[in-house]
Design a protein around this ligand. Structure first.
Ligand code: CAA
Length: 258
């Protein structure tokens, strides 16, 4: 699969960019769309020329959630067999940093998709919410788990039980997003952030991401032990030598990713 129908894919330097492109359905995350996203991002993740990735929608909508029309007549057995949520799990396992650039609606599965990313850059127009309660269901792709870890119990309860939506400034205040910028700059800002990270020592970036994510999965003592092993491991890399040598010689390091 390299001809995509519902996404646009491009490479800008060492940054891979994927745009959700199903505007008439407000980028509703059908199974086919999610599989295209997964395919494109996993390809970037394997590509040595790529150091970081950006996932975005358009200026009106990041994504309005899972595709309700596709889901509405499914039985639990259909759900189990198709495993519509599986792509979200695989996106959570990408090794390189993935930044969501969000403008407009970021709802339901759309918000869950943004939450599987490592950072979120929001436009002033961004609106975040979990409206599944209006459909008689609950979030199924991390909205009760990743969202709670991001914003805490009090707010997650309101969002999941009562469709409380957050504007961009609230999302910043509650720790859901990294930064809020004017609408005309949200994608450029996300691409610039991705380019900065993509220019850094690749192995350290990879292990840094893995270890921060580990903090959500483990006890403090296990996390600290894993962090220490990763830290020690990096002393086997050429980039550790190069980085510390460059510091002592007062010059910029030349990273090799080895
Ligand atoms: N699934 C399928 N189609 C959707 C959709 C969705 N999640 N969201 C919007 N659309 C479609 C609409 O049906 C409409 O299509 P038609 O023109 O063919 O009727 C088109 O996109 C435009 O939508 P609206 O006319 O509703 O646009 P609006 O500007 O009036 O409202 C909105 C925008 C408030 C985002 C509204 O579309 C909306 O509430 N969408 C649904 C949001 C939602 O409930 N998301 C959760 C989905 S469930 C989920 O995500 C489960 C999970 O955890 C994995």
């Amino acid at each position: 699969m390299s001809v995509y129908e519902m996404i646009l894919v491009e490479q800008q330097g060492r940054v891979g960019l994927v745009r959700l492109n199903r505007p008439r359905a407000l980028n509703a995350l059908s199974y086919a769309l999610m599989n295209e996203v997964l395919h494109a991002l996993e390809a970037f993740d394997r590509d040595d020329q790529i150091g970081a990735m950006v996932l975005t929608g358009n200026e009106k909508v990041f994504a309005a959630g899972a595709d309700i029309k596709e889901m509405m007549d499914l039985t639990p057995v259909d759900m189990l067999k198709q495993d519509l949520i599986a792509p979200f799990d695989r996106l959570g396992k990408l090794r390189k940093p993935l930044i969501a650039a969000v403008a407009g609606w970021c709802l339901g599965g759309g918000n869950e998709l943004a939450l599987t990313c490592d950072m979120i850059v929001a436009a002033e127009s961004a609106r975040f919410g979990q409206p599944e309660i209006n459909l008689g269901v609950i979030p199924g792709a991390g909205g009760t788990q990743r969202l709670t870890r991001a914003v805490g119990k009090a707010l997650a309860m309101e969002m999941v039980l009562n469709n409380r939506t957050l504007n961009a400034q609230e999302a910043l205040q509650f720790g859901l997003v990294n930064r809020v910028v004017p609408d005309e700059r949200y994608l450029d800002e996300a691409l610039a952030l991705a380019a900065e990270i993509a220019a850094r020592a690749p192995l350290a970036v990879r292990l840094g991401k893995e270890m921060v994510n580990r903090a959500f999965e483990t006890s403090l003592s296990d996390g600290l032990r894993a962090e220490r092993r990763a830290f020690h491991f990096l002393f086997a890399s050429q980039d550790q030598r190069e980085g510390m040598q460059a510091f002592s010689e007062k010059r910029a390091p030349n990273w090799k990713g080895e």
